[in-house]
Ligand binder design. Structure first.
Ligand code: PMP
Ligand code: GLN
Length: 381
């Protein structure tokens, strides 16, 4: 067979590779990002109830209205933005589907999409599958902030979209209000759209509120804003996400969504709508909950030879390991999982070009016992 790959440089994702290695070596898995604890019991009860009471056929194509209304209410409560649940919110099969559908909706062959490296691994292939051209612009290696002059220098008449992610996977950096203003200034008077991956929107620390593009009217008017209930309710395996975008963008987005998946797992939508309505405090408890995990993990590793970089959001700790071993981050992760029994993710998996200093990522969305077991293996290295 003369099969021409559409993604010749893509292998199996690093998350799958590292989770398989972790299982093989009986390692503590701080690699792939997922919590090892459960979300609210009421959510699982509501899911069972939804299935028992017959929510087992197709959900409405744009998503259950009750859930879209909850997403809109949360956007108003959290970011002060009035969103039309009917025309501007779509429920998707995870943040991943939402990212793909937004790109497929607006990126044509030859269009350039700016990605800020390191960036989440699905962005680049999703752009390429549309015939688009990913343009990787590095974040500042010092603190992973955006150098907007560098972004400006990368713009061309073919630039269709800029993809931003805050809180940031893998580095835990966050965008500031000044960043949003700089982005708005940059794309004013252009046709450039924004794809804002905000799946960690409720995981920000040290009292800093999340700077959603929804807070910025000019940006909100040309953005797709991606959310994930998997992150917000500790149920990554449910794969339910959302996309908020102005009506005209949402209309194009739904043209893709309706043929990509048509709709998303119905009972989960019933359950999420119910728990969002009944427990609005769940979301507001997340920053404190995850900040405590961040602080605990950092304290447990304080006596290790890892250098822990600052974490302002999301549930990842990036670390330098050059005091422990020489070599690149992939080789280090392979050594770490086999010899120390802890799985991590090499940050180079998120980059087109290697970083000036190799780094690895640990996920700290774990029970106390898991963090302790990992630390016991990491501290002596
Ligand atoms: N964006 C980022 C930055 C992520 O880390 C993830 C998943 N961990 C996603 C998107 C995808 O979210 P989902 O699991 O809801 O598809
Ligand atoms: N987003 C998760 C992470 O960054 C992994 C999701 C996946 O395995 N595709 O670790």
């Amino acid at each position: 067979m003369n099969l021409v790959s559409k993604l010749p440089h893509v292998g199996t994702t690093i998350f799958t590779v590292m989770s398989q290695l972790a299982a093989k070596h009986g390692a503590v898995n701080l690699g792939q990002g997922f919590p090892d604890f459960e979300g609210p019991q009421a959510l699982r009860d509501a899911l069972t109830e939804a299935m028992a009471s017959g929510a087992n056929q197709y959900a409405p194509m744009p998503g259950l209205l009750a859930l879209r209304e909850q997403v809109a209410a949360k956007a108003l409560r959290t970011y002060g933005r009035a969103v039309d649940a009917d025309a501007e919110v779509t429920i998707t099969s995870g943040g991943t589907e939402a990212l793909f559908a937004a790109l497929a909706a607006v990126v044509s062959p030859g269009d350039e999409v700016i990605l800020l490296d390191p960036c989440y691994d699905c962005y680049d292939p999703a752009v390429r599958l549309q015939g688009g051209v990913p343009v990787h612009v590095p974040l500042e290696p010092r603190d992973f902030s955006v150098d907007w002059d560098r972004v400006k220098a990368a713009l061309t008449p073919r630039t269709r979209m800029i993809l931003v992610n805050s809180p940031h996977n893998p580095t835990g950096a966050v965008l500031t209000a000044a960043d949003l203003q700089a982005l708005a200034d940059l794309i004013r008077d252009t046709g450039i759209l924004v794809l804002s991956d905000e799946v960690y929107e409720h995981l920000t620390f040290d009292g800093d509120p999340h700077q959603s593009v929804l807070r910025h009217p000019e940006l909100a008017a040309r953005s797709f804003v991606i959310g994930s209930f998997g992150k917000t309710f500790h149920c990554t395996g449910w794969k339910v996400g959302s996309c908020i975008a102005p009506a005209a963008l949402t209309a194009e987005f739904r043209k893709v969504h309706q043929y990509l998946t048509f709709c998303t797992f119905h009972p989960a939508q019933v359950a999420l709508a119910k728990v969002l309505a009944e427990q609005p405090d769940h979301v507001s408890s997340l920053p404190g909950f995850f900040q405590a995990k961040r602080d605990r993990f950092r304290a447990l590793l304080a006596d290790s030879r890892f250098e822990l970089l600052p974490v302002k959001g999301a549930y990842f700790q990036v670390a330098a390991f050059d005091r422990i071993r020489e070599g690149n981050d992939r080789a280090f992760c392979e050594w770490l999982v086999k010899e120390a029994g802890v799985a991590a993710i090499p940050v180079s998996a998120f980059c087109e070009h290697p970083l000036p200093r190799p780094l690895i990522r640990f996920c700290f969305a774990k029970e106390e016992a898991t963090l302790q077991a990992a630390a016991a293996r990491l501290v002596g290295l």
